[in-house]
Design a protein around this ligand. Sequence first.
Ligand code: NAD
Ligand SMILES: O=C(O)C(=O)C[C@@H](O)[C@H](O)[C@H](O)COP(=O)(O)O
Ligand code: ZN
Length: 368
Amino acid sequence: MKTPHRTLQVDLADRSYPIYIGPGLIDDSGLYRPHIAGSRVMIVTNETVAPLYLARVQAALQGLRLGEVILPDGEQYKDLATWNRIFDALLAQRFGRDCTLIALGGGVIGDMSGFAAACYQRGVPFIQVPTTLLAQVDSSVGGKTGINHPAGKNMIGAFHQPRAVIADTRTLDTLPDRELAAGLAEVVKYGLIRDPAFFDWLEANAGALLARDPAALAEAIERSCRNKAEVVAADELEAGQRALLNLGHTFGHAIEAARGYGDWLHGEAVGAGMVMAADLSRRLGWIDSDTLARIRRVIAGFGLPVDPPPDIPAERWLELMAVDKKVQDGTLRLVLLRGIGDALVTAEFGTDDLVATLAPTTAPAPAP
Ligand SMILES: NC(=O)c1ccc[n+]([C@@H]2O[C@H](COP(=O)([O-])OP(=O)(O)OC[C@H]3O[C@@H](n4cnc5c(N)ncnc54)[C@H](O)[C@@H]3O)[C@@H](O)[C@H]2O)c1
Ligand SMILES: O=C(O)C(=O)C[C@@H](O)[C@H](O)[C@H](O)COP(=O)(O)O
Ligand SMILES: [Zn+2]
């Protein structure tokens, strides 16, 4: 079977890999096979995705010796105890070092499976089969894998690149609207950090994206993956420019941790976090009020929150942000904006401006 699709490449020398994007790809055995080393494959998924798509992946892998692990669904299960269940299954079924893992689901499954693949018997290959918009535009690409700790998001993990990403755009048909919007937050991020023409396009095509127009979604996925692949190829281990992919995440991760993971979706927290980053950038005089208002309008237009939860005290914000992975020598660094498509990582902001951004209800309203 050969299904029409687009292919992008993540260029990382001998660890380069393809990203296949198109409708119906989940059934295409020919896309999986070249990336599976031995004959044993463990499919990791969750209790929501399994009834929808597990049988189809199993059918595509007919002839191989398959196992499955079905984890509970939710960001609150992206933890050590749930992650350990993947190893319980691998060991119980005597999977060896020659096995391949398949991550079938959203970013939570992708991050946990990838981290399990990085660690099982010191490292086995894995394939990403992302089934949420967020996973198709961001988390399945780039090799950041890991789990949360109560004190901080993604605090335990590894860089481990997949062998391939198989993004079946038809799987988005079953995705709830709230999850689609969460994925759009990471899409907007690429426009804000490095692709102003894409930001313009997103602003102009918001209606089509929210209406799930297949051509618009495919365009958004491809342009997002292209941006991410370029950044990852240039800076795989986040020594420099990869940190720009963290726009809104220092604020967003603090929101997620403060709420115990699973109340605000990751994409929702990133949506509000990006507006907070823009708000601080405006306070510093790096962007003007019209630009802040435009960013806020685009993010709100995708149905995402644009204000932080009102009940996190400033001290709690600062405590949660202090464990951010961009902290250097105890100094908080943030991704801020000099314009749309122009981001930087900086520690050049004052505590007063930061604290004002943390309490935006008391801040001056942006120009309409
Ligand atoms: N590794 C990275 O580079 C990276 C990048 C961005 C986000 N992330 C991580 O990804 C996670 C968020 O990912 P997410 O937004 O995909 O959340 P998720 O994995 O929790 O999936 C969202 C919800 O959609 C359900 N679902 C998945 N596919 C579905 C489908 N096709 N139809 C119906 N329901 C479906 C899931 O079961 C879940 O309930 C966070 O943990 C975040 O930290 C990682
Ligand atoms: O790939 C990256 O690099 C990113 O930062 C992408 C983010 O969208 C993603 O949420 C990532 O998991 C955040 O990484 P972290 O290092 O801040 O935990
Ligand atoms: Zn993210």
